[in-house]
Design a protein around this ligand. Structure first.
Ligand code: CO
Ligand code: CO
Ligand code: CO
Length: 302
């Protein structure tokens, strides 16, 4: 099956398909155990975004020669613990020497071929639900600059280490049209991909988008990662933003997310059902938009 998703699907039998993905990145935090957890949650997410259940994982690691053994141990332990929480197994991996540490996983999951959810099947009349708050890139930038409170740090860590399993189980129970996880391209970039792939227009309600409080004040101070500007540049021509949208909310909507939530496009008649399934979600979530027939712009922010 060919899609523009971050994972690939290979049909083995009529009842069984393989979901295969690979992701890795440089450290987002100084704490090696948390870094391992976040990298694993992020890698597993691409399987969840397609509705799959991860089963096997392999570490992919680049470590500097002088990186203490204990640090490496903690990264691998963080990853191992997250993979275990996902009911999957780490079955090996490969490490090379590199100046800058990088870490992630290749994940293999399974799904029924009929249940595969892609990021290019949003339908006019759908509503959009986002399952984690935005602002993680801004907070990570603030953390590196020493500008974030302990509470802001704890919130960012909590959100980034959460598996998207809960949201994935909820969406699979209800049955949805389309899904993507929100990572490097930010909400606007990933929504744009979904709109383009589905040949529809997506309307986002800026006042309903869940955002981590402290990211808003950081954005007002101009603490915004370069990637957010690149994301805006990338989608600019296809985005129409109403005057009433605050700039700091736009900044958060462009903010590259690390281990962000799922953006789910679901038939309006099933929206309450899905919101009800998400009721005990560990992270804040919200109904953030709707899908219309294709208009002049792919994305309308109001
Ligand atoms: Co990915
Ligand atoms: Co992804
Ligand atoms: Co090897």
């Amino acid at each position: 099956m060919t899609t523009s998703d971050d994972a690939s699907v290979y049909k083995i039998t009529e009842d069984l398909a393989l979901v295969q993905t690979l992701d890795f990145f440089t450290p987002v935090l100084d704490d090696p155990y948390l870094y391992g957890q976040i990298a694993a949650a992020n890698s597993l997410s691409d399987v969840y975004a397609m509705g799959g259940e991860p089963k096997l994982a392999m570490n992919i690691a680049c470590f500097p020669k002088d990186l203490p053994k204990e640090v490496i141990k903690q990264i691998l332990l963080g990853s191992h613990d997250k993979v275990k929480e996902a009911n999957a197994l780490v079955i090996g991996g490969h490490t090379v020497e590199d100046k800058e540490p990088k870490f992630g996983l290749s994940v293999t999951g399974f799904i029924h071929p009929k249940d595969v959810v892609t990021n290019c099947n949003a339908k006019p009349g759908d509503v959009l639900i986002l399952t984690k708050p935005l602002g993680l890139g801004i907070l990570n930038t603030g953390i590196k600059a020493g500008l974030v409170s302990q509470e802001g740090y704890n919130t960012a860590v909590f959100v980034m280490t959460q598996l998207n399993k809960f949201s994935k189980d909820a969406m699979m129970k209800v049955g949805v049209n389309s899904c993507t996880d929100i990572t490097g391209f930010g909400l606007l970039g990933h929504a744009y991909e979904m709109a383009e792939g589905s040949d529809v227009t997506i309307k986002l309600f800026s006042s309903s988008v869940p955002v981590i409080e402290e990211a808003i004040s950081l954005a007002r101070m101009g603490i915004i990662p370069a990637g957010a500007y690149r994301n805006m540049e990338y989608v600019k021509k296809q985005v129409e933003v109403s005057d009433k949208t605050a700039q700091e909310i736009i900044d958060c909507m462009c903010d590259p997310q690390t281990s962000g939530g799922l953006l789910i496009s679901v038939e309006k008649s099933k929206a309450d059902l899905l919101l009800n399934e998400l009721k005990n979600s560990p992270t804040p979530y919200g109904l953030v938009g709707e899908v219309t027939e294709r208009q002049d712009c792919r994305i309308i922010v109001e």
